[in-house]
Design a protein around this ligand. Sequence first.
Ligand code: ATP
Ligand code: MG
Length: 538
Amino acid sequence: QTIGRFFDDACARHAEREALVVRHQGVRLTYAQLKSRVDALACGLMRLGLEPGERIGIWSQNNMEWALTQFASAKAGLVLVSINPAYRRSELEYALNKVGCRALVLSPAFKTSNYLEMVADLAPELGHCEPGLLRSHRLPSLEMVIRMGTDTSPGMINFDELLRAPSREELTALAVLSEKLQFDDPINIQFTSGTTGHPKGATLSHHNILNNGFFVGEAIKLVPGDRVCIPVPLYHCFGMVMGNLGCLTHGATMVYPAEAFEPLSVLETVAQEKCTGLFGVPTMFIAALDHPRFADFDLSSLRTGIMAGSPCPIEVMKRVIGKMNMREVTIAYGMTETSPVSFQSGTDDPIDRRVSTVGRVQPHLEVKIVDNEGRIVPRGQSGELCTRGYSVMLGYWDDEARTKEAIDAGGWMHTGDLAVIDDEGFCNIVGRIKDMVIRGGENIYPREIEEFLYAHPKVLDVQVVGIPDQRFGEELCAWIILREGERLSEDEVREYCKGQIAHYKIPRYIRFVDSFPMTVTGKIQKFLIRQRMKEELG
Ligand code: ATP
Ligand code: MG
């Protein structure tokens, strides 16, 4: 099934149900209304001469236009390139040129960054040509910039104008095109988070992401009438696949609280919209739980949700279940390259498994855990997690060498993550291979030490990394964020560790900080912590 054909069926089935609520824009659309706007936009994109298979970028925070563009580009057979709103000029240039975008959908401004200015800087020709006739030497493939908002900008196409009611001929052409599209056509290029370095562009098909969205929704038992609060970014698979497609495939309502994550707007949205589900990375849940006004909001409508993207401290899981009322919350594990989810807990799994593992493998996927030589390790032992099945990406766009490194000849995606699977199939993500520390020949998983330090009552959050050391190869370093108003010394931390964890696991370097370097998806970039420590230590 293609996303476009599935979308049409779903909108017919759930016509009068609410499909999309965008709080910050005051938008409320039923599935029938969503479909008519999406069809109009798909026709608008075809009117511009965009052909199936061509790339269209979107550079914007979360809003209604994002959702419309996602579904309309799928219907028109275009490959949507999701671009991180935190990117700056040079990163935008890299992304657009890497995948050869012919069009770019642009949000005018966001917080402190002016997208229009950055694009105009790259393409000074913009103001001097007719809309749709851009020829910029910096952005050779780009021909048109489609601008959201009501202001007009010279050289740019107005988004709202593309929503003009289509003619009958245009709608017929759209229907004819829709029949021609194939389920394994590329439909989306998503960049990985860049947690370990440069983001990579993963090419995904209709089949990849539509099915994954469906199984993600199944795992949390979404049904029509469910309302899911989606504060996670849409440019990332968490928002666009798990959020939007998870809802679409179950007739649920997508609720966007704000342009970008902000704890107060999440609490308000859940309470006022009576959301039944909430998605987020652990840091978002922590921020919501610790918000000074947390107690003011009635979150009793919440039932389920997904926490994913990075390891979740067990304590946080317990608070989410207890204090946020999310008794059926699940943890999901995945990566952009696998559409994304491959493991997810079930809402009925025993609570201790649900808080301490990422659940069991999703239906229709195969997994194995291998050692350095690629041999499958016995159950209960850790090694590199590999996945195979419908969800594995088509490849990295225009990068055969890296694709071959990631997906082997047998079709196995090598995740770069260390995992253990127990006798009952529950999986524990131990860490990233790149983050494992080897100190004086001992393998140390930073996650274990993070969990230990996290349990200290004065510690709000903690990250542990390995940094190069002449004597031991690597030494451990902990970055700690203290709870508000608390004080703690390095020695007190060491005292706390003594006798509780093995001496070689006690961090040699301890730093108290206000924040961690983070991707906009809320993932902590340990490579930057390592880099900063290297600079500090010289
Ligand atoms: P890059 O590949 O650019 O360095 P990234 O791997 O963070 O960035 P994503 O594809 O967004 O980019 O994230 C996938 C990774 O996130 C996984 O490989 C894994 O390391 C981590 N991850 C995802 N979910 C979980 C989870 N539930 N528990 C622990 N780690 C997780
Ligand atoms: Mg990765």
